[in-house]
Design a protein around this ligand. Sequence first.
Ligand code: FE2
Length: 227
Amino acid sequence: MINEEITNTVANINPEPIGIFTLPNERHLKYKNALEKIVKEIPKDSELIAYDKLSYRICHNFDQHIFEQFESLSDLQEDIHTVLLSYIRRTGYLCDQMVINDAWANMDGKNSTLGFHYHTNSYLSGTYYVNFDNENHTPLSYSNDRLTADRKGPGIDIQENRNSPTIYNQKLISVPIKEGSILIWRSHLTHGFAKPNKEGNRLTLSFNAMPKTCRNTVGHYSFTVSK
Ligand SMILES: [Fe+2]
């Protein structure tokens, strides 16, 4: 027990920014409708579909892009671009144009999970929850990469107090979302979900994005991204 005369606090350094954006419901329903139409009408043997056990993805290959393939999603692409710039501004950086270099849809079936992974060749990544029922579908979790024992190299692992969950002892962290939410995170952040979906038809749209111009603060080194 700490002596009552000793005051204490724990400072939280190196926080990880996860952007949580919510589309106006009317606009979300318009995009949901467009995406569900694509899912319904695409032939099951289309080369745009990649099957993975209990799930499938649309336009996930390196040479496919759902926004280039389907004109009906152009307003959604614009809204996602706005959201990406807002994330950059809110986290204290400057950028006036992003390139959405990959975008695809995920249809996750009953009992499906998503192995933990991160996205290379990308700066920011995100997921738009298109058809998502908080009761029956599992949200993304992010891996707590500050846990000493889970980092590369030797680590010290001590017993966790399961009665005292904190942001320092949790291995996985989720953020509150609902259908219509768009999450944005830094692409190197490991994410997935281990709890199986209770029901199928969990529909999301994921994307990777790069700043059009990557330029360091003092302005000596730069490159420009084109699709
Ligand atoms: Fe991912």
